[in-house]
Design a protein around this ligand. Structure first.
Ligand SMILES: [Zn+2]
Length: 252
């Protein structure tokens, strides 16, 4: 195993995605001594029921920062526009800059065929921005990292691809039963989303979707609550099984 930095950076599209998809595992990694950094590509400005886009963005960034505090994590917003996120040179460089700034050893993002267009764009931007983290010609203020970070993907909502089809088996599951209450506490910081969920999907049980999803994944893993992960072991990335090793007691 190479000497990867003990900082894990979760970069996802919207404030609350990390809380829903991978915060149980982040809480376990924190218990193992990792520094946690949470970032969102967008400011979530379209996810408002009673405030305009700018007000919503301000509210949601505060909520995300509060949720991050529960893990003693730093929170960064890359301030792209919610719903209009594109993979281009600027967004890729922003991601490389952040990876370098926090010196990430592990990066977690959305699967490439997630249901939401912003999630798919994030996946593509983060993959491209991570591959080049060590290259000196990438124009950032921060110094290149020593190693290309390991790249992992969290599960898409509903555990299907963007057309509703079956997806490839995950690389592994993490039993998050012991940190599920922390997940709930983190998600509860996203107070503004209760009204949005009710408006969009008629959902009144704010934790319901996350609980059902983690129960469904837990069933596949043979535990109560679980999260699922895929590791990118393609030619561009190292395949050292770092999370699997650190969380071997929770891996299924
Ligand atoms: Zn999202």
């Amino acid at each position: 195993m190479k000497n990867f930095s003990k900082t894990v950076l979760a970069i996802q599209a919207h404030p609350d995605d990390t809380e829903i998809f991978c915060s149980g595992t982040l809480a376990l990694l924190k218990q193992k001594g990792f520094k946690i950094v949470i970032a969102t590509m967008t400011n979530g400005g379209m996810g408002g029921a009673t405030q305009n886009e700018a007000e919503t963005a301000a509210t949601r960034k505060k909520e995300a920062a509060r949720a991050a505090e529960i893990l003693n994590a730093d929170y960064y917003c890359l301030n792209e526009r919610d719903g209009y996120l594109f993979d281009n040179a600027e967004t890729r460089i922003k991601v490389t800059e952040l990876i370098r700034k926090v010196n990430a050893g592990i990066v977690i993002t959305h699967l490439p065929f997630d249901y939401h267009p912003d999630h798919r764009a994030t996946s593509s931007i983060v993959e491209a921005g991570t591959i080049v983290a060590t290259l000196p010609n990438i124009p950032t203020k921060e110094k290149p990292t020593e190693l290309t970070p390991l790249l992992y993907y969290s599960s898409p909502f509903g555990f299907t691809d963007n057309m509703g089809g079956k997806i490839a088996d995950p690389s592994f599951f993490i039993d998050v039963t012991s940190t599920f209450e922390i997940k709930k506490e983190m998600l509860a910081c996203h107070e503004s989303q209760k009204a949005v969920m009710e408006l969009m999907f008629n959902i009144t049980d704010f934790f319901g979707d996350m609980r059902d999803s983690d129960l469904k994944i837990g069933k596949m893993a043979g535990v109560k609550y679980a999260e699922a992960y895929w590791q990118n072991t393609g030619a561009a990335f190292y395949s050292d099984p770092l999370i699997q090793e650190i969380l071997k007691d929770f891996k299924r």
